[in-house]
Design a protein around this ligand. Structure first.
Ligand SMILES: NC(=O)c1ccc[n+]([C@@H]2O[C@H](COP(=O)([O-])OP(=O)(O)OC[C@H]3O[C@@H](n4cnc5c(N)ncnc54)[C@H](OP(=O)(O)O)[C@@H]3O)[C@@H](O)[C@H]2O)c1
Length: 355
C-alpha cells in the first residue's frame, strides 16, 4: 500500500484525501494544515491524523484542544509520497523539504510548471509521469480542456482551439473572493494564460483562450471552438465524447439547464459534497459545421482534479498503466453519472409529479 501524506487540507486536499482512502492500493498517512477549527475537527473525525507546518502552529492546535500527530516534516518523513495541496506558491517552497527527505510529491495547478518534472492529465499524458519524482496536476480549467481535447485530437486531429473560460469568482468557503455583482475580463489581456497551461499537456497545440470571472461559486463554464483537421459528423463526435469515462454528456431529457442544476443533480445522485469529477458537456451544445466543433462544458473546480491526483500517484510509482489506473479510480470513486442520469430522469419526473 502506498502511504500518501496530504499536505494542505483545504478545498482540494480534503477531497484528495478521501479519494486516496477509497483506493485499494493506497492509504492516507495524515494531513497537513496550519490552523485549528471546524475543518481540522472534521479531519480528525474522519480518522485523519493532523500535522502542523511548524512547532508554533502545532502549539496553536494544542492550545485549541486539537490533537496533532506531529509536524509536516514528520508527515513527509513518514509518507511514501506527498500530495501538496497548499495555496499557490507554498508548494514550491515545500519542495525543498520534500527533496531533503527524498519524498516524491504531486503539486497542484497554481504552482508554476517548473515546480515539477512534468505537468499531468491522466487521459492525455499519463506515461510522462511514470517514475517521475515531482509531478504537477494541472488546474481545474486545464484538466477540463485536456479531457475534451484528447479524444478530439486522437480521432480528428486539431488545427486550432479557441476557448472562452467563464470562471467562478471563488469557492463556497472563500468569502474574501469576488467579484460581487460584477463581470470581469480576467485577465483583461488576450489571450489568457490558460492556453499556455494546456500546452504543458499538449506542447504543440495551437490554442488561444480568453478568461472572464463572474460572481458565482458553482462551476466554471467553457465555450469551446475547435477547428479539426478533418470534417466530422456531429453524432459521431457526441458518441466519442460520451465514451469518455470522465466526460458526462448531459442528456437533453435530464432537463439540466445550468450549473446550479448540475450541482443539484450531483447532490441528488448522492455524490459526496455534491462533487462532479467529470466534465459536463451539454449534448445539445455539441455542434459540428464541417471541421468546426463547438460545445459548452461545465467544470466543477473543486472536484475535477481529484481523480487526476490519484492517477498521478499510480503513474509515479508505476502501479498500473493509464487505462487500469483510470478505471480503478473511477470505480472506487463511483463515477457513474451517466448511469445515474437515466435513474435521475425518473427521480426528476417523480418529483414533478409530487409537486
Ligand atoms: N479550489 C479550486 O477550485 C482548485 C481547483 C484546482 C486546483 N486547485 C489548486 O489546488 C491548490 C490548493 O488550492 P485550494 O483551493 O485547495 O486551497 P485552500 O482551500 O486555500 O486550502 C489550502 C490548504 O493548505 C493549508 N496550508 C496553507 N499553508 C500551508 C503550509 N505552509 N503547510 C501546510 N498546509 C498549508 C491550509 O491550511 P489552513 O486553512 O489551516 O491555513 C489549507 O488547508 C492550489 O494550487 C490551487 O490552484 C484549486
Amino acid at each position: 500500500m502506498l502511504s500518501v501524506g496530504v499536505n494542505g487540507y483545504g478545498t482540494i486536499g480534503k477531497r484528495v484525501a478521501d479519494a486516496v482512502r477509497a483506493q485499494p492500493d493506497m492509504v492516507v498517512q495524515g494531513v497537513g494544515k496550519t490552523s485549528p477549527g471546524h475543518v481540522a475537527d472534521n479531519a480528525l473525525a474522519a480518522g485523519y491524523s493532523l500535522y502542523a507546518p511548524s512547532d508554533d502552529e502545532k502549539a496553536s492546535f494544542e492550545g485549541a484542544g486539537t490533537d496533532v500527530a506531529g509536524t509536516v516534516e514528520d508527515l513527509v518523513a513518514e509518507s511514501d509520497v506527498i500530495v501538496d495541496a497548499t495555496p499557490g506558491g507554498v508548494g514550491e517552497q515545500n519542495r525543498t523539504l520534500y527533496e531533503q527527505l527524498e519524498t516524491p510529491a504531486v503539486f497542484q495547478g497554481a504552482e508554476a510548471p517548473a515546480v515539477a518534472e512534468t505537468s499531468f492529465n491522466a487521459r492525455a499524458n499519463y506515461d510522462e509521469a511514470r517514475d517521475a519524482s515531482y509531478v504537477r496536476v494541472v488546474s481545474c480549467n486545464t484538466t477540463g480542456l485536456s479531457r475534451l481535447l484528447a479524444p478530439l485530437k486522437e480521432t480528428y486531429g486539431i488545427e486550432t482551439v479557441r476557448a472562452t473560460l467563464i470562471r467562478r469568482g471563488g469557492d463556497p468557503d472563500q468569502p474574501s473572493r469576488g467579484p460581487i455583482n460584477d463581470i470581469l475580463p480576467d485577465p483583461i489581456t488576450v489571450p489568457s494564460h490558460h492556453g499556455p497551461d494546456v500546452q504543458t499537456i499538449f506542447p504543440s497545440l495551437s490554442i488561444d483562450t480568453m478568461g472572464v470571472t463572474v460572481p458565482a461559486t458553482l462551476m466554471h463554464l467553457h465555450g469551446v471552438n475547435v477547428t479539426l483537421e478533418s470534417t466530422a459528423d456531429v453524432d459521431a463526435v457526441r458518441d466519442l465524447l460520451a465514451k469518455e469515462s470522465r466526460i458526462f454528456v448531459v442528456p437533453e431529457s435530464a432537463r439540466i439547464e445550468g450549473c446550479g442544476a448540475l450541482r443539484e443533480f450531483a447532490r441528488d445522485s448522492g455524490r459526496p459534497r455534491g462533487d462532479i469529477w467529470e466534465n459536463c458537456v451539454w449534448g445539445e451544445s455539441i455542434s459540428v459545421e464541417g471541421d468546426e466543433f463547438y460545445c459548452f462544458q461545465a467544470i466543477h473546480q473543486e472536484a475535477d482534479v481529484v481523480p487526476e491526483n490519484v492517477d498521478a500517484l499510480r503513474a509515479m510509482f508505476d502501479l498500473k498503466d493509464a487505462a487500469e489506473s483510470i478505471a480503478t479510480t473511477d470505480e472506487r470513486l463511483g463515477l457513474s453519472l451517466r448511469q445515474r442520469s437515466r435513474d435521475s430522469e425518473r427521480v426528476l419526473t417523480g418529483r414533478a409529479c409530487d409537486d
